[in-house]
Every structure is written in structure tokens, then in C-alpha cells.
Design a binder for this molecule. Structure first.
Ligand code: ZN
Length: 350
């Protein structure tokens, strides 16, 4: 393990885990945006990322609706989509062996080539000091340190950075940072709007503003604050859940519509419970009589799904064994599409 002294890591033990997860998300982003569908031809074992990055991928996969939609919406995630299918197919067919084995030279080489950072997360922490972000106001690229002694780093709760462009000097904070607008989303938004207007038989004249000017006018009136943009949406759309779903794609400067640091941290408490039960111990369910327990779990999961779909609007909390079956099914969501993918069975279980 690398010497941690030279890394600007939080001194507070409680802040170290979120910091480590934050860097893992940075590493995941580097890897998955560099991953091309052609890389997957080498086989999953050769392109598997390090364990910290797998942890982030796993948490992302546990949001199958967002994961699948991001894959369609964001071209840079094409390779990840392909690799995700290979990952699902490897569940129970050699994946745990590949993860437990010492990484092969090919696997390390592929990782370093794609991300230009060391395979070991602690060595990598010495290299990962900042990320380039776009000023939400003037689109200048600004270097944001991950950690600062003042607590204003990108991975710290008090994140704050002043745009370096002299004529701008906008204060970039978690409230104002956003995903740079995606052309595909804009086109899709236009299509949806046109369809709605046609259905309403409205004869509205086209806005005199160009697309860029209209975007500027919205952001200026919201003072570049994404909470204010959300408020503006609330005026014309009263479905809060729907607005949250749309806004989730833009609340930070990453391409994912899931806030992955929070997703990993939440997943941690579930894994701790599984670990305390010893269900994560190797070979825990290997004996035939122990596998009967798994068959029971799957039957209980099916019964729970039926209960959920027959009682919409009822708040039902699954037991941990049912939750485990749900998590496993989510990882195979794409495989099971059309054959009862979790989110097509029920809408309230997440
Ligand atoms: Zn600026």
C-alpha cells in the first residue's frame, strides 16, 4: 500500500470512506468513458476494473432504469453497456473467481492504458489531485482540486471554486455545477415538446430566440442554480417524481443520472448486513441442502413482486433475503427484459 502521508486525504476517519468512494467514482468515470465495445472482445476477465471501481459499477447497475436509459442517451457509455451484459452473463459463471484472482498483466495493462492512473486505488490517490470542470456560466475549463485544507475541494461538502476567467469570476458550488448540456437531450426534448403541442392543437409561433439564446435566458433567470431551474419546472409540471427523474441527470457535472457516491455509500449498509449474516462467505451456499434456502428466497421474492404489483401505492418493505434476490435480479435486468425485468414488474420497488 502506498504511503498515505503524501495524499491530501481527510484526517477525520469518518470522512475518509466518502473521500475514497469519491475517488473511486472519478476512476470509474475515466474507465467507462474510455471503454469501447471493441475492448469487450478481449473477454471480461481482461477488462475488469479494480475492485474499488467494480464497487461503483455495481451500485450503478443497482439502478437499472437510469443505467439502461443513460446507456441509450450517452454515447460514451456504449462500451460499458456491452461490458455490463458480459458481467451479468458471468454472474455465477466465473465472475467471483475473476474478481478474487490476482489481476493479470493484461488486465492491469488495459486499465492503465484506458485511465492513465495506477491499478491500485491508493497509488492512484497520489495521482488524482484535481478534475477539470466547466464553469456553468462562461464554459471556461477550470481545475478543481479534490481536497483543500479549507474544505472547499470538489470531493468536500463545502465545495466552492471561483471561475478563473477575469470577466466571469462566477462562484461554482454544488448548487450551480451541472452536467454540460447534451445535444441529444435537447433534440429529444424538442421532439417531446412538439408532440405535446400538436396533441393540444395549439398554434403557437416558434420562439424568436435561438436554441443557445433560450438556454442562456433560462440559466440567467435561474442564476445558474439548479434548484432554481427545478422550481421553474415545477411551475409548468406538477409531477415532482418526474421532475426529480429529469433533474437527476444534471445535478452534477457527470454524465450519469445516478449520484454514484451516495449510491455506493447506501449500498454499503446492505453489504454490511449480508457480511454480518456471513452470506458473503465463499461457498456459504455450496451444499445442496443450503441451496434449498436460495430456492425459498427466490419463491418469496416472486410472491413479494406479485404483492407489490397487486397493491400499487402501498408501502411494503422487503425482508433482507427478498432484498438480496431483488439486488441479484437488478444486475441481470437487461438480460431479463421482456421476461419480467424488475422495473417492468413493479414501479414502487427501488
Ligand atoms: Zn466562468
Amino acid at each position: 500500500m502506498a504511503n498515505m502521508e503524501c495524499v491530501l486525504a481527510p484526517h477525520d476517519a469518518g470522512a475518509r470512506w466518502p473521500w475514497f468512494v469519491g475517488l473511486a467514482v472519478e476512476r470509474f468515470e475515466k474507465w467507462c468513458t474510455a471503454l469501447k465495445p471493441s475492448h469487450t472482445e478481449q473477454g471480461l476477465a481482461s477488462i475488469l476494473p479494480p475492485l474499488d471501481v467494480l464497487m461503483v459499477w455495481h451500485a450503478y447497475l443497482l439502478n437499472p432504469g437510469c443505467y439502461a436509459e443513460d446507456g441509450i442517451r450517452v454515447k460514451a457509455l456504449e462500451g460499458l453497456q456491452q461490458a455490463g451484459e458480459d458481467l451479468a452473463a458471468a454472474l455465477g459463471h466465473g465472475l467471483s473467481e475473476s474478481i478474487s484472482a490476482d489481476p493479470s498483466n493484461t488486465r492491469i495493462h488495459n486499465w492503465v492504458e484506458m485511465t492513465s492512473t495506477p491499478f491500485d486505488p491508493f497509488q492512484s490517490a497520489e495521482h488524482l489531485m484535481s478534475r477539470d470542470i466547466l464553469c456553468p456560466k462562461c464554459s471556461t475549463t477550470v481545475q478543481a482540486p479534490y481536497m483543500t485544507v479549507e474544505g472547499t475541494g470538489y470531493l468536500q461538502p463545502g465545495f466552492s471554486l471561483t471561475c478563473t476567467r477575469k470577466t466571469c469570476q462566477f462562484t461554482i458550488t454544488p448548487e450551480t455545477i451541472r452536467t454540460p448540456t447534451n445535444g441529444f437531450d435537447q433534440r429529444r426534448g424538442q421532439v417531446i415538446k412538439r408532440v405535446i403541442l400538436r396533441a393540444l392543437s395549439l398554434h403557437l409561433s416558434e420562439s424568436p430566440l435561438s436554441e443557445a439564446a433560450r438556454f442562456d435566458s433560462v440559466m440567467t433567470s435561474a442564476d445558474y442554480n439548479m434548484d432554481a431551474v427545478r422550481q421553474m419546472l415545477t411551475v409548468s409540471m406538477n409531477d415532482g417524481k418526474f421532475i426529480d427523474r429529469i433533474m437527476s441527470a444534471y445535478v452534477d457535472d457527470k454524465i450519469f443520472s445516478v449520484e454514484l457516491i451516495g449510491a455506493v455509500l447506501r449500498q454499503g449498509s446492505f453489504v454490511t448486513k449480508m457480511h454480518n449474516f456471513q452470506w458473503t462467505r465463499p461457498a456459504f451456499f455450496d451444499k445442496f441442502e443450503e441451496q434449498i434456502a436460495l430456492h425459498h428466497i427466490i419463491a418469496r421474492y416472486h410472491a413479494f413482486m406479485e404483492l407489490m404489483s397487486s397493491s400499487p401505492g402501498t408501502f411494503l418493505v422487503p425482508t433482507l433475503d427478498i432484498d438480496l434476490a431483488w439486488h441479484t435480479h437488478q444486475l441481470m435486468a437487461r438480460q431479463s427484459l421482456g421476461r419480467g425485468a424488475p422495473e417492468t414488474l413493479v414501479s414502487g420497488f427501488s
